[in-house]
Ligand binder design. Structure first.
Ligand SMILES: O=C(CO)[C@H](O)[C@H](O)COP(=O)(O)O
Length: 232
């Protein structure tokens, strides 16, 4: 599923602003998507200027981009901790809950973003709103498709199998799974729905990220607005 596009200039402002949070010696979680890519490119330039960082990628795409711009990439299982993760989102609500997974990378993104001491989200203003109402990406084992579809319907969702654009058939994730985008309308209690989705057998990971975010950097025409989970 493609995310509705905000301006690339706003995405770049957010990504570059977040990259400034990274300091010498940090292990950095590298998110997926067009906004996170701006942060990765900014970090690559900082590495050229002498910044010492190592990146933990959340997808093949972010790993390839990191290598291209000169960021040393290490596996998640090779590092004891991640200092800061910078990642995009498809939607952010007023409580800083997120919907992620527009690039079907949310399973690895959730592992990396949760493991970070500081999780920084980068978005343009088109992603922000009072409540979440976009379909939630749900990655699942391919054989569990019928059963997971039924469970999602029982929870009140309308699931649609995500299909590939330049291949016949479903999108297959970096982990070899498929994705159902489940429309629940307006989500009034993201925490409760996140728990329900996580308990469905066959679900590998869903794209609701609740109580994980530390900062949201919103790129705008005139600069960047930062919203913090601690309210400061
Ligand atoms: O969750 C994601 C990938 O799984 C992306 O971070 C999300 O889709 C936002 O992408 P973009 O910055 O291109 O709008």
């Amino acid at each position: 599923m493609k995310t509705p596009g905000g301006s690339d200039a706003a995405k770049r402002r957010a990504g570059e602003h977040a990259a400034e949070r990274v300091t010498d010696g940090d292990v950095v979680g590298l998110g997926t998507g067009s906004t996170a890519a701006h942060a990765i490119r900014a970090l690559g330039r900082a590495v050229d200027d002498g910044l010492d960082v190592r990146g933990v990628a959340t997808s093949y795409a972010s790993r390839d981009l990191a290598r291209e711009v000169g960021i040393p990439v290490v596996g998640l299982d090779a590092v004891a901790r991640i200092d800061v993760a910078i990642d995009g989102a498809d939607q952010v609500d007023d409580g800083l809950a997120l919907i992620k997974g527009g690039g079907a990378a949310h399973a690895r993104e959730k592992v990396v973003d949760s493991a970070a001491d500081r999780f920084v989200v980068v978005v343009d203003p088109s992603k922000t709103g009072p409540e979440l109402d976009r379909p939630i990406p749900v990655e699942l084992l391919p054989d569990a498709r019928a059963a997971v579809r039924r469970s999602l319907r029982e929870l009140g969702g309308t699931p649609t199998l995500r299909t590939a654009e330049r291949k016949d058939g479903p999108v297959v994730t970096d982990n070899g799974n498929v994705v159902l985008d489940a429309d629940f309308g307006t989500i009034t209690d993201p925490g409760a729905l996140a728990t329900d989705l996580a308990t469905i057998p066959g679900v590998v990971e869903h794209g609701l990220f609740v109580d994980l975010v530390d900062e949201v950097h919103v790129g705008r025409e005139g600069g960047v607005t930062v919203r913090r989970a601690d309210g400061e």
